[in-house]
Ligand binder design. Structure first.
Ligand code: SF4
Length: 436
């Protein structure tokens, strides 16, 4: 029988859990050092006790940067099996977390399928599910209904839940007073705002936070404190609504930690490149180093169709400056539900951002694969290069489709006979260099 409730409780009691051992090994870190970070809340190991097939990961700025992929059944994509295939392919491509944002039909079987078959951390946003679960309009739901859905997700084995606890009735006045360009763009945040506006009541996730903590402590569900006021355009970045909510998220972090409940804090959004580092610093200070989970940040508003790139630029800078967890963004962002190829593009872009940041942060072993790639490139060993590539199939397909026309097939068609690598290898080996 375990003599601890959550990973944080165990860490504080000096207990090394099986999950801590696995995470420490993956991170090339001494398990005692990891335990200390979990005890302080600076690393979250999101591991619901009921998610027994989980391959645990740690989330914290001193660890490898993790990425999340949003999937789930919806009115336009109802097939559980197709969605499950997308989930497993995302995990194979390196996603450490899957957020199930299902918004159609009976969502429970798919959620349970995820926590019984998927080894990645599973996250949900219970407020999305509330309307679907009860089949009642938002205004007809009670505060208790929302809390019961949090319990349902915890019982189903979900590892982390996004709860928009930081938006309160005061935010309604602020949004009206400060006249943001994009108001609230968080889906969950807008639902909480709408519910408060229609019912005149306080945010249930804020008002009944202690009840939520009891649920999360029982199952070891990590709370991902949602940023309802994340900026939805550059003009709204780092404004009073965003920062005021972040202050409240810091207070809620303290309350959760007092209950041994693990916390991540969600962050922006759309942010100009020059404001990202400052945003990370402010979060670290206000939320006492709790892992920061960023949704982007997108560094420009004008690239629909390419927002996997705008967010990868922002994500790399954010992670280099302290963000621990990147939510992927696909080329379909702001436009449509992502298809299979969009999902792939989003994952690759996020992996590049996360990896680039890990190298910059000096995460042990992060650059090893890049050094291997350089060795393979120097000797023009194409199979070895594919083996190091984030997306080997695409790399191989591009080369194979455009091989050099002459017999210099050890090079590629980019420079053909003028291949610098080949010329240097031959020159350094005192060999004759045949160009014509
Ligand atoms: S041909 Fe040019 S791009 Fe291709 S391997 Fe040689 S140097 Fe690199």
């Amino acid at each position: 029988m375990e003599n601890y409730t959550t990973q944080m409780d165990a860490a504080r009691k000096g207990i090394i859990t099986p999950q801590m051992k696995i995470v420490a090994e993956k991170e090339h870190m001494a398990v005692e050092a990891l335990r200390d970070l979990v005890a302080k809340g600076q690393v979250a190991i999101c591991a619901n006790k009921k998610h027994t097939c989980l391959n645990p990961e740690g989330v914290g700025s001193m660890l490898r940067t993790k990425i999340n992929v949003n999937l789930g059944v919806s009115r336009d994509c109802k097939d559980y099996n197709i969605e499950m295939e997308k989930v497993m392919s995302a995990v194979n491509m390196g996603a450490e977390a899957i957020m199930d944002l299902s918004s159609h039909g009976n969502t429970q079987p798919f959620r349970q399928k995820l926590t019984s078959e998927c080894p990645a951390m599973i996250g949900t946003v219970p407020i999305y599910d509330s309307v679907i679960h009860y089949q009642r309009d938002l205004a007809e739901l009670t505060a208790k209904d929302f809390i019961d859905v949090v319990r349902l997700h915890a019982e189903d084995g979900v590892d982390f839940v996004t709860l928009h606890c930081g938006i309160t009735r005061k935010t309604i006045d602020q949004i009206k007073k400060h006249k943001r360009k994009m108001n609230i763009v968080s889906r969950g945040g807008s639902l909480v705002f709408a519910w408060m506006s229609m019912t005149g009541q306080e945010n249930p996730f804020y008002e009944y936070f202690d009840e939520i903590l009891d649920i999360c402590e029982e199952y070891d569900v990590t709370i991902s404190l949602g940023d309802a006021c994340r900026p939805g355009c550059l003009a709204d970045a780092t404004d009073v609504c965003q920062i005021e909510e972040l202050v409240r998220l810091g207070e809620l972090t303290k309350r959760a930690w007092a209950h041994n409940v693990q916390v991540m804090v969600e962050g922006p959004g759309h942010v100009p490149l020059n404001q990202i580092a400052a945003n990370m610093e402010v979060q670290k200070t206000l939320c006492m180093g709790a892992p920061f989970y960023v949704l982007g940040p997108l560094v420009t508003d004008i690239a629909p169709g390419y927002d996997h790139i705008t967010s990868a630029i922002g994500g790399a800078v954010a992670a280099m400056n302290g963000a621990a967890f990147l939510c992927y963004v696909t080329p379909a962002e702001h436009l449509a539900l992502p298809n299979v190829d969009d999902v792939k593009q989003g994952i690759i872009a996020s992996k590049i951002a996360a990896h680039a940041a890990d190298i910059a942060k000096g995460i042990p072993g992060a650059r090893d694969i890049d050094d291997k790639m350089a060795d393979a490139r120097r000797v023009l060993d194409w199979d070895a290069q594919y083996a190091c590539a984030l997306d080997p199939a695409t790399a191989k397909a591009i080369r194979d489709s455009r091989m050099p026309e002459d017999d210099h097939s050890d090079t590629c068609s980019m420079c053909g006979k003028f291949c610098a690598v080949r010329s240097m290898n031959k020159a350094l080996a005192d060999e004759y260099i045949d160009i014509l």
